[in-house]
Design a protein around this ligand. Structure first.
Ligand code: ZN
Length: 194
């Protein structure tokens, strides 16, 4: 598996990450398919892995995305998340969305089709995709007041830092939204241990 996957992590977490991967190995790698999954369980046979209720006691009408739709996952859906749990998790996802929101405005820059504009809560700074002097899909980061110190340029290091205010989010609910993705990736027989 090591030969197939390259993992990137921030330099400051390098030691921690290496320690982790010295002790643990991948069990499986999950990617988002490009088309609808066809081998899902029939709705009448479904049981929710989060509340343990089965079809009839709860409904399974909605598409339950294993990885959030706004992260770019269209077709990776599960057959073990009821509509009640799905709507609880959706409320957590808004915290994940607020946490990563400024980055999402760069998605088009990295080849995504969706154009997502970011406006800071104080409306003073904006990230958006623009066509600039004939070049398509450029990223513009602008500020209302040119004296606003949201940019830092380090010419020698060749680095630009941008500091922006995000929409508020709860770290606990942000964690829960990521935990839900992790629990959805477990094998069914392991779920009882969590
Ligand atoms: Zn449920």
């Amino acid at each position: 598996m090591e030969n197939l996957i390259k993992i990137y992590y921030p330099t400051k977490y390098e030691t921690r990450s290496q320690n982790f991967f010295n002790e643990y190995d991948f069990e499986k790698v999950i990617t988002c398919p490009n088309e609808i999954i066809r081998d899902l369980k029939l709705k009448s046979q479904r049981v929710c892995r989060f509340c343990n209720l089965k079809y009839g006691d709860v409904s399974f009408k909605k598409d339950a995305h294993i990885i959030s739709n706004f992260l770019g996952n269209k077709y990776l859906v599960s057959d073990f998340e009821c509509d009640n749990c799905n709507s609880i998790f959706s409320s957590y996802e808004s915290h994940l969305s607020n946490f990563i929101e400024p980055i999402r405005a760069f998605k088009k820059f990295f080849g995504e089709r969706e154009n997502k504009k970011f406006k800071s809560p104080d409306k003073k700074s904006v990230i958006e995709n623009i066509n600039f002097q004939g070049l398509q899909d450029c990223v513009s980061v602008s500020r209302e007041n040119v004296d606003d110190p949201i940019f830092e340029f380090d010419r020698e290091a060749g680095e630009t830092s941008i500091k922006l205010k995000k929409q508020p989010y709860s770290p606990l609910l942000l964690y829960k939204s990521i935990l839900k993705i992790a629990l959805s990736c477990l094998k069914q027989e392991d779920v009882k241990n969590y």
